[in-house]
Design a protein around this ligand. Structure first.
Ligand code: NDP
Ligand code: OXD
Length: 308
């Protein structure tokens, strides 16, 4: 089977070598080398090449090297072309670590202590047990569920919000627009792990912040276009929010003049909350390719109507 790869070339070379060893029937072509374009059945990419389906007329599926597929213009792809995102344990674990770091950092007042350190100010604030801190996770998919398992194990008072009803051990679950207000009202720390869709674009805005308890904090690790930057700055400056940990922005990279870089209540990271891990991801890729060969649905199939 012939596969096209177009993303980080170093990862491509490693995957090519690994597949040659573990699945010699599968040949990975590293863009711009394609072999015979007619023979390419699967493309695994971050950004697809232009004229994808014209160039590779026998393409049977488009796979994302990342957890999201919002970088694809789904409307421009043939409606029956399966689109698949990456689900792999290394990527999931990376997000668990990031969310745990951010929630613990906020819980233990680190944004305030870092500001105090810069001012050489020795001042203690009372330490609250995790059980009294209400954490709310938006998005109860692969990443939200894994992050919540860790947060529950640390003793936080956890809730989650999704589009359709979910049941998770130790988590108060909310769903849909009707239950969003109740979910937000009990979220001292709000974590966004939503995919970018028409419904979630711009969702983290003034109206939403106003429904959080005063002095709440935001952890944004979904997608930049979900957050209204001006509304976040106003909520921080007005005291409705106390702190924000922001990993994804719009645009990326963020221009040097953007106020997020210098805001004392913002911790900013350059879209590194999690990354596809070469070794675990290539094993997950192979498993999905075998599923495809057996005629089974691949893991991480995007529902084109839902947009994620
Ligand atoms: P999943 O598709 O597994 O889960 C998505 C979750 O979001 C589901 O629970 C879904 O609800 C919920 N959801 C979607 N739309 C809505 C809506 N309109 N209202 C309420 N809930 C909604 O995705 P993953 O957990 O794998 O990944 C989530 C996102 O994390 C990715 O799409 C990507 O944007 C981001 N990400 C960021 C990274 C980073 O480094 N910053 C790295 C990796 C991913 P339901 O359960 O009802 O379907
Ligand atoms: C991803 C990401 O989707 O890096 O994997 O955000």
């Amino acid at each position: 089977m012939q596969i096209l790869y177009k993303s980080d070339p170093q990862r491509g070379a490693l995957w090519q070598q690994w597949l040659a060893q573990h699945a010699p029937d599968i040949q990975l072509h590293l863009w711009p080398e394609t072999g015979d374009p007619q023979a390419i059945e699967i493309a695994i990419v971050w950004q697809p090449p232009e004229k994808l389906t014209e160039t590779f007329p026998n393409l049977k599926a488009l796979l994302s090297v990342g957890a999201g597929a919002d970088q694809f213009d789904l409307a421009a792809l043939p409606p029956d072309l399966p689109v698949v995102r990456m689900i792999e344990p290394g990527l999931t674990q990376g997000m668990v670590e990031y969310v745990t770091f951010a929630v613990l950092g906020i819980h233990r007042d680190m944004p305030r202590y870092l500001q105090q350190q810069r001012a050489a100010q020795w001042q203690a604030h009372s330490v609250r047990p995790a059980a009294t801190r209400r954490v709310g996770v938006m998005g109860l998919g692969e990443l939200g569920q894994a992050a919540l398992r860790q947060l529950v194990s640390l003793g936080f008072d956890c809730a989650g919000w999704s589009r359709t009803p979910r049941q998770l051990d130790g988590v108060q679950c909310f769903h849909g627009a009707a239950q969003m207000g109740a979910f937000l009202a009990r979220s001292d720390i709000l974590v966004c792990l939503l995919p970018l869709t028409a419904e979630t674009r711009g969702l983290l805005n003034r109206d939403l912040f106003a429904q959080l308890p005063p002095g709440a904090a935001l952890v944004q690790a979904g997608r930049g276009a979900q957050l209204n930057s001006q509304d976040l700055l106003a909520a921080l400056d007005g005291g409705q929010l106390a702190a924000a940990v922001i990993d994804v922005t719009d645009p990326e990279p963020l221009p040097p003049s953007h106020p997020f870089w210098r805001h004392p209540a913002i911790w900013l990271t350059p879209h590194i909350a999690s990354q596809t891990q070469n070794e675990s991801a290539v094993a997950a890729l192979l498993e999905n390719l075998r599923r495809y060969q057996r005629g089974e649905p691949m893991v991480g199939l995007i529902d084109r109507a839902r947009g994620y």
